[in-house]
Design a protein around this ligand. Structure first.
Ligand SMILES: [Zn+2]
Ligand SMILES: [Zn+2]
Length: 297
């Protein structure tokens, strides 16, 4: 037994072992509404760091990128990040010189936007793209796919400091693969739902997400896959995404209310905090008079 334990743990560094023993916890993720057992953020950041090194993504400016373009992405990105459900990462927003209309997330709060996308979007549309990407991070989609591919122990080994080069190459290959095939339909729709939420919270108009899909419909009609980037290659059809975004935007106008005591809650709350009664949905009052504020004469 002791031998087996040694064989298992010896390859891990002391640091890795410590994290391994303390890290594997199941937590409620407010972004997804699920209880999830996920890799600790500290390990995710080591893995993402290695991956970025190997992929040449260590700078926030990749290729010929104007300082102005970076400032634009960072200012909008920071406002979105501030309202994310995920607070344990330092979000970083970079720009990559690439004419294709695309943006991508490599995990650990790191998001890149292509110059091709910047050319096609106004600030509100850019906010919508960034809100979707921050949604991927809040829902920890990169980590989820990494865990599915390597398992928890496999990832702990990849995070080790020793033998960095092969491990980094392996991670980079994985990331390229993930970028080619995309996160999958459910994850994309989830990131869209979170995107609507974050746009609303940060004071942007969530309708801009619909304009982004319309732009994709115009620029990249669904069809030849080789023309598509990760933003619409394996993503659900733009028409499906528009439909869902409209439903989510409509929900923002609703409130949940308790038929027993009359208290009102945000639409995602299901039960009254005071008496446990199942809540019902109602349209929010049309006047812009948030609850508790005296109305002006
Ligand atoms: Zn996406
Ligand atoms: Zn109640």
């Amino acid at each position: 037994m002791k031998k087996a334990i040694e064989r298992f743990f010896l390859p891990l560094t002391a640091y890795g072992l410590l994290l391994f023993l303390t890290g594997c916890t199941t937590l409620y993720n407010p972004a997804t509404g699920r209880k999830e057992t996920l890799l600790p953020t500290s390990i995710e950041q080591i893995l993402v760091g290695k991956m970025r090194m190997e992929m040449g993504l260590t700078s926030i400016r990749i290729g010929r990128v104007d300082a102005q373009q970076v400032t634009r992405v960072q200012e909008i990105g920071k406002a979105i990040a501030a309202v994310s459900d995920r607070k344990d990462v330092k979000y970083q927003f970079g720009v990559k010189e690439d004419s294709s209309i695309n943006a991508f997330n490599v995990g650990g709060g790191v998001v890149y936007v292509h110059t091709g996308l910047l050319d096609k979007t106004d600030d509100e549309m850019l906010a919508a793209v960034l809100a979707h990407e921050v949604g991927h991070d809040a829902a920890r989609h990169v980590v989820k796919h990494m865990q599915a591919a390597y398992g928890f122990v496999g990832l702990m080994k990849l995070a080790q400091v020793a033998g960095m080069k092969t491990q980094s190459a392996q991670l980079a290959n994985f990331m390229f693969g993930l970028m080619m095939k995309g996160f999958g339909r459910q994850d994309e729709l989830e990131a869209d739902r979170l995107g609507v939420r974050y746009l609303h919270r940060s004071g942007h108009n969530p309708e801009a997400l619909i304009r982004v899909f319309e732009m994709f419909q115009k620029e990249m009609p669904e069809g030849p896959l080789e023309k598509a980037t990760v933003w619409n290659r394996t993503h659900p059809l733009n028409s499906d995404r528009i439909k869902q975004a409209k439903e989510e935007i409509a929900k923002l106008k609703q409130k949940a209310f308790c038929p027993a005591c009359g208290a009102t809650y945000a639409v995602e709350v299901k039960f009254c905090e005071k008496d446990g009664t199942a809540l019902k949905l109602q349209e929010a009052p049309p006047a812009a008079n948030p609850q508790g504020q005296p109305s002006k004469p």
